[in-house]
Ligand binder design. Structure first.
Ligand code: ADP
Length: 380
């Protein structure tokens, strides 16, 4: 008797009087649940379905009568069901609000057996002395498709850029070397204007080769298999400073390096990262100023934060994100030579290590390029 009454709360037939106000509130609640744009599913602490809205019926192809009282696993593909029973138990021992499916793929199964990708927002509800959970379920099939199309088209684009830059290298090399031979063997036969044009051909071909080399290494950074290992960044910096010895000497740069940690990563890519940042720190300096570069690192939870600081020309805030985009440069190549690929490569290296890179800068005073790297943890 008690149970029957409980199930019929709010109805007039069972003798419990409801005020017009509570009727109104109930109707409003039902209208909200029914018009909710996502599927809504209420389950009790044993994982049995208590509440279903119209959108959920449409999404899974069941009527609510077919679902109420059933275990929630009926909406999950059979291969995940036994694991899900344990997950429900664990959830009700430590209930929290959370989004499921953001990082990994979650699937729902329709009445006709077909499956689809879902994202689930879960919230515990305490009321009347019982614990329940409310799940908002979204069908993310379209989003997944768009994401995978985008991934595929990015891969195709990278492959295209790789093939183009690789295949154009040889003709560019030929133009550069034949123009140089022309200058050496027949240079005196040209007047001043002819000499100037010859110089333009050589410069153009040399730049084309530099751009294509940059593009090739950009593509490689994106596609090559990472060789994960513990990397001694102190040693990496020493190698980079050896490579940059000439530029350091010419600019009288002073590069100071803190004791740096070992990190997990791909040694060659990390070398490329430091090389680009330190060479930029030396390059983008006002005329007559001695470059002072500092490399530092701190531990930050599961990550290490690195910083490459300079006292160079600095960058206006409006360009802070644009400079990491491929071919974006803020100056003419005669003043500061370059291809506009260095920071795009750095961005890609850091992202492949699941870190992030950003710049802080004061124009005229200097810039700090910060990035994070995993702390001895393999993420891939
Ligand atoms: P590149 O060095 O070949 O021009 P990058 O991708 O390395 O290309 O850098 C993109 C642009 O960002 C540079 O052209 C420059 O305008 C700006 N930049 C990069 N590093 C610095 C720095 N340390 N100080 C000031 N500007 C910088």
């Amino acid at each position: 008797m008690k149970r029957a009454q409980k199930n019929k709360i709010g109805s007039r037939e069972n003798g419990i009087k409801t005020t017009p106000k509570s009727d109104e509130r109930k109707a409003r609640f039902e209208a909200v649940v029914e018009s909710f744009p996502n599927g809504l599913l209420g389950v009790d602490s044993h994982g049995r379905i208590e509440l279903v809205n119209e959108e959920l019926e449409k999404m899974f192809g069941y009527s609510r009568l077919e679902l109420i009282g059933k275990p929630v696993e009926v909406l999950i593909p059979p291969r995940f069901r036994s694991e899900h029973v344990n997950l429900v138990k664990a959830y009700f021992l430590a209930p929290t609000a959370k989004i499921l499916g953001g990082g990994r793929d979650l699937e729902g199964v329709r009445k006709d057996g077909s499956t689809f990708s879902v994202e689930v927002g879960l919230r515990p509800i305490v009321g009347g002395g019982t614990l329940r959970a409310l799940a908002a379920i979204s069908d993310i099939t379209k989003r997944k498709k768009i994401e995978s199309d985008l991934r595929r088209s990015n891969e195709e684009l990278e492959h295209f850029a790789y093939v183009v830059s690789h295949d154009l290298q040889e003709p560019a090399r030929m133009i550069a070397s034949f123009a140089e031979m022309l200058r050496q063997d027949y240079g005196t036969a040209f007047d001043e204007r002819g000499q100037r044009w010859l110089t333009h051909i050589t410069d153009g071909a040399t730049r084309m080769r530099a751009l294509m080399n940059g593009l090739l290494s950009y593509c490689r950074v994106g596609t090559q298999e990472l060789r994960w290992q513990s990397v001694n960044t102190d040693q990496v910096i020493k190698d980079v400073l050896d490579d940059l010895a000439m530029a350091i000497k010419e600019s009288r740069a002073e590069v100071s390096v803190d004791k740096l940690p070992d990190v997990m990563g791909d040694q060659n890519l990390l070398r490329l990262l430091f090389q680009n940042l330190i060479s930029n720190a030396i390059k983008f300096i006002p005329e007559g100023r001695q470059p002072l570069v500092k490399v530092e690192a701190w531990q930050d939870g599961r990550f290490f934060k690195f910083a490459v600081k300079d006292n160079g020309i600095g960058i206006e805030e409006e360009y802070f994100s644009r400079i990491f985009v491929i071919f974006q440069r803020l100056h003419g190549i005669t003043k500061y030579p370059g291809t506009g690929l260095g920071l795009a490569i750095c961005d890609k290296v850091v992202k492949r290590h699941l870190g992030r890179i950003w710049v802080e800068s004061t124009p005229g005073t200097g810039s700090t390029f910060n990035f994070t790297l995993a702390n001895k943890v393999k993420f891939e």
